[in-house]
Design a protein around this ligand. Sequence first.
Ligand SMILES: Cc1cc2nc3c(=O)[nH]c(=O)nc-3n(C[C@H](O)[C@H](O)[C@H](O)COP(=O)(O)O)c2cc1C
Length: 323
Amino acid sequence: MNKQFWQELPRPIIGLAPMDGYSDSAFRRICKEVNPNIVTVTEFTSADGLHFSAEKLKRKLYFDPSEQPVIAQIFGKNVETFVTATKVCEDMGFSGIDLNMGCPSKKVVKSEHGVALRKNPKLACQLVEAVANATDLPVSVKTRLGWSNGDDLVDFGQAVQNAGADMICIHARTYQEPYKVAPQYEQVYALKDALNIPVIGNGGIESLADGERYCSLLDGFYIGQATFGNPWIFTGQKPQRFKDRLPVILNHAKYLIEHKGDRVGTREIRKHLLAYVKGVRGVKPFKKSLSTVESYIEIEQLLQEIAEMEINNVKENRTLQVA
Ligand SMILES: Cc1cc2nc3c(=O)[nH]c(=O)nc-3n(C[C@H](O)[C@H](O)[C@H](O)COP(=O)(O)O)c2cc1C
């Protein structure tokens, strides 16, 4: 991969947003199977962790070759550990390095990582420069509009561009705005006008049409929460019947369990299963079982039962309508 990677991708660039606890290898694979043209980003991973105990964190960063191009996202505030982490990710075969400058979690901000770097643009640029000089991979930055407003966004974008960033992704909310607040894209458009590197928008996108509407002036968009239980969002063609969604859902469970083992894999798939059945009529009695699954076989049986229930409900409804 070369530094021109983001410049050369067809427009609009469409990606799965990095999401801790969600955008792991299994979910990225599923999204790629639904739409092979998307880009995916790993969950954020500690640069310090990769510096001091790489083997442990390499498991978290695992990816399947079918996911490519997949971008590794790292966070922290230490130039030296960012450089080691970059080398580890490069050796693992990632297609790019993304620097997290947007995470608002209390613990992360208290450590002056994530979005806290927006209060320290000098250090943010040192990190970008060190990473850009340490690798031939494209280096990107993901951040928010700003701390309490986006007034410094253009200055910040120009600074990281000058420091060597090859792309910047803006989550169109400030640090102080929770994930449900409506995104504001105007300042992202102003940033695009001021930069030469690609600008990707993110936040509040609930369909490909939304993405194209909000981000037509940008180079593309990442979708986050709207992918939960709906990887089909990347084609806009969610199968109408639950039965027809089963192959994708079962692959998701299979990949997760294969990679993380029965115990962790079945625990982690539970929240996804609940998201997958959202909106399926009559599913309520199954929810408790879905949230306690312990094996792949159990998952398969439960999902089949839900699919059959839905088919029977549809038949019953038709009979009632005819009668
Ligand atoms: C559960 C969760 C975990 C997240 N983890 C990360 C992360 O690891 N790295 C990151 O840059 N952003 C992370 N984000 C932010 C998302 O990438 C995205 O910017 C945000 O959800 C807004 O997009 P959306 O409105 O489409 O969800 C996370 C968001 C959520 C909801």
